[in-house]
Design a protein. Structure first.
Length: 257
């Protein structure tokens, strides 16, 4: 194995064999080893298992709709990956969902992360549906990448690097959760885990397969509450701005040391 290659966890449902084959081929094309992490299939969970970490009470308070079984399973899959980082005492790991494509040499990503000489907790390596968001702060790392803080943390969990301390903090903050996993990660004032991005992204969401989250859900469509969502967004705007400004100042201080 080459230098600076971290542990890489690929979240993949047992029944998603086509996805696993596609992901394996893509990682093999760059001679990258990875560990498949069996994803949690929400549709197969008992009510007790669904409620172990997902709180219906908190959901009514903090979110504009109930989570589907697939979303709960997705969240539990990521918590499983975070727990693996803590259990194995890894400096950090890269967690990838099984619907990605590689658009640059990942060794450059690994080397750039290894060269960071300060503590960090979470670095986004891809964006949900390859969307763009306004950037509030950018610092040039090297000839390949900038380290970026967005106005609001990127959604999606296609690919991200999470440190040991980041995994500990996320597990602690989400022992009981009420929103989708990527939405909770955006709530940096609750998790105390600042979110950076390493850009340009060398991993993109492929969008080749039907959503496993949708397939892992059942029952009638979830009712959404438009005004409840708007109220939450209004309340969270100030909190996000304050927390993001603090994250920027903290990152500036780290970069200047």
């Amino acid at each position: 194995m080459r230098d600076n290659v971290p542990a890489i966890f690929l979240i993949n449902l047992d029944q998603s064999t086509q996805r696993l084959k596609a992901c394996t081929d893509r990682l093999n094309s760059q001679n990258i080893r990875f560990e498949r992490l069996s994803g949690v299939y929400g549709k197969s969970l008992t009510q007790e298992e669904l409620a172990r970490h997902y709180s219906h009470t908190l959901n009514l308070k903090k979110y504009h709709r109930a989570l589907s079984q697939g979303e709960i399973g997705c969240y539990l899959s990521h918590r499983k990956a975070w727990q693996a980082i803590v259990d194995r005492q890894l400096d950090y790991a890269i967690i990838i969902e099984d619907d990605f494509k590689i658009v640059g040499p990942l060794q450059d990503v690994f080397d750039s992360i290894a060269d960071l000489n300060f503590d960090w907790q979470l670095i986004k390596l891809a964006a949900y549906e390859n969307r763009e968001k306004p950037i509030l702060y950018k610092s040039k790392l090297n000839s390949h990448f900038d380290l970026v803080i967005h106005k609001k943390a990127m959604t999606g969990c296609c690919a991200q690097a999470i440190s040991l301390e980041g995994a500990r903090q996320l597990l602690k903050a989400t022992d009981k959760f009420a929103r989708p996993v990527d939405t909770d990660i955006q709530h940096i004032w609750e998790t105390n885990v600042p979110v950076y991005s390493m850009m340009p992204y060398y991993i993109e969401q492929a969008g080749e397969f039907e959503s496993d989250i949708a397939k892992a859900s059942s029952g009638a469509p979830v009712k959404k509450h438009f005004w409840k969502r708007k109220w939450h967004q209004f309340q969270e705007k100030r909190l996000n701005h304050t927390a993001t400004c603090k994250a920027i100042e903290a990152l500036k201080a780290k970069l200047n040391n």
